[in-house]
Design a protein around this ligand. Structure first.
Ligand code: GLU
Length: 483
């Protein structure tokens, strides 16, 4: 096979809609392999099925690859030595190769109407026979004039081949059939076009989804008929939903790649997460940088069985990356996610809010909810509800008056505080001792009063950033609510 040749991998999407996780995984593995071997990564747009085409989805694919940093070396918008890179612009090339097959007696014009072919299919079904077009191969096919579909004249036989992921596979002659190579609209089928293109573009590895596995013996038959060497084949396992027992669907929350980025999942996390869907390096390591992925990726560690898509693991990984980030960089990336009211505050305040939220943040779109009380007064109703929340085991033991006493004591103590974190910490810890209270009670009461939220960043951080004026005002307001 091509192992000694330059590694040239391709991503060959059809522009039929959004780019889902499975598509991007194929692209990523092909990209990693090319980068690891100083090879080339090629983008080829497979736009020969005009009925399924969705306007602008080729641009969407390009944007998604760029957003994830999966740069390609040749492609429709940057050209290269083996273009065009859009199948609809390569029709003459497919015709030339189809002509070769015609001339060598390995292709013929399909004389049947779709209704006739459907009849053959139904008859086979009725007789409980698998349908094979080649059982109806015409003895004297008409001359091909371009208006009929052109079919491959297959040579049925068994195959044993090796797939870089799935291992050794074999099939019998019964799966080999006469498939269409050029449709009556003049466009080639995927089955034919990709073989021609991969050869002409000197592709070394075909990395693609499992849905093409059943057709592979037919492709092997075609490589032989064309007298060309096939690339290395690597078939990706399915991506399964979170329960791990069925294929991932949109209902499982699988979104368009660009939507994940818009939610504030970092591109590097998304790359890391997608790489781990069906691949690991054999160790326990879960978080990899992109250079590490390039170094460690290998096709022989891609698993054969389905990979589970767990969005919780994605947000967990993102949280790990967010926590490791420099605050200036994090603030640059997140400032537009802060609540609208943050426009009324200066950068220093807003950055301080992001800084103390960094610890808990999993993705940027959570920011409005996590930080709103820094910009807006908490709602009285929320504050009261939280004081009386039956799920709060500690506070449940206190009546309104006891809560109010603790609030008054806090106000008296904090009036004397500089609201510097260390001072807040020492004064409030002393208050715990004086009042014989517990952090789960006293600090919880203070947090509810100033935030109106069931959770917040660390209390002393929160008070320091919120500042003395706002904090005291909210504590006083809470005492009024309880009266
Ligand atoms: N155009 C095919 C698809 O989008 C690509 C299959 C391949 O990678 O060869 O499903």
């Amino acid at each position: 096979m091509n192992s000694a040749k330059v590694v040239r991998t391709r991503f060959a999407p059809s522009p039929t809609g959004f780019l889902h996780v499975g598509g991007i995984r194929t692209a990523l593995y092909a990209w990693l392999l090319a980068r690891q071997n100083d090879g080339k990564f090629i983008l080829r747009i497979e736009d020969t099925d005009k009925a399924r085409e969705v306007a602008n989805s080729d641009q969407h694919i390009i944007d998604s690859l760029n957003a994830l940093g999966l740069n390609y070396d040749e492609g429709p918008d940057i050209s290269g030595d083996y273009g065009p890179y859009r199948q609809s612009e390569r029709i003459d090339i497919y015709k030339r190769w189809a002509k070769k097959l015609l001339d060598s007696g390995r292709a013929y014009a399909d004389p049947y109407s779709p209704a006739e072919v459907q009849k053959f299919r139904e008859t086979a079904q009725k007789n409980k026979q698998p349908f094979l077009y080649r059982n109806h191969r015409p003895n004297n096919p008409p001359e091909w004039d371009g208006s009929q579909p052109l079919r491959f004249k297959s040579e049925p036989k068994g195959y044993t081949w090796s797939d870089a992921v799935m291992g050794n596979l074999s099939t019998g002659p019964e799966v080999i059939d006469d498939f269409i190579i050029l449709k009556s609209d003049g466009y080639p089928t995927y089955n034919f076009a990709h073989i021609v293109d991969d050869y002409e573009m000197k592709i070394s590895h075909i990395i693609r989804g499992q849905e093409f596995l059943a057709s592979t013996p037919n492709y092997l038959n075609m490589y032989e008929a064309l007298g060309i060497e096939r690339p290395i084949l690597a078939t990706m396992p399915h991506i399964l939903g979170p329960t791990g027992n069925k294929k991932l669907s949109k209902r499982d929350g699988a979104k368009d790649v660009l939507d994940y980025l818009a939610d504030g999942i970092l591109p590097t996390t998304l790359v890391n997460f997608i790489a781990s869907l069906g691949w690991n390096d054999g160790s326990e390591q879960e978080v990899f940088s992109v250079p590490e992925l390039i170094e460690k990726f290998s096709l022989d560690r891609v698993q054969k069985s389905g990979a589970r898509f767990d969005e919780k693991r994605l947000t967990w990984m993102n949280g790990v990356e967010i926590r490791s980030m420099d605050i200036d960089k994090l603030y640059e990336l997140t400032k537009d996610y802060l609540p609208e009211e943050s426009n009324n505050y200066d950068n220093e305040y807003n950055k301080a809010v992001v800084k103390i939220t960094q610890e808990r943040l999993k993705y940027f779109k959570e920011l409005p909810e996590l930080t709103q009380f820094f910009f807006k007064e908490p709602q009285s109703k929320e504050v009261l509800n939280l004081f009386q929340d039956p799920k709060n085991k500690q506070l449940k033991k206190l009546d309104r008056k006891q809560i109010n006493d603790l609030l008054h004591a806090t106000i008296n103590t904090l009036e004397k505080s500089s609201f510097d974190k260390a001072d807040l910490e020492s004064k409030l810890n002393q208050l715990l001792v004086d009042k014989q209270s517990k952090p789960g009670i006293l600090f919880s009461i203070i947090r509810i009063a100033v935030s109106g939220a069931p959770a917040s960043p660390q209390l002393f951080d929160t008070l320091q950033v919120l500042g003395k004026d706002k904090s005291m005002e909210r504590l006083r307001k809470a005492t009024e609510l309880l009266n």
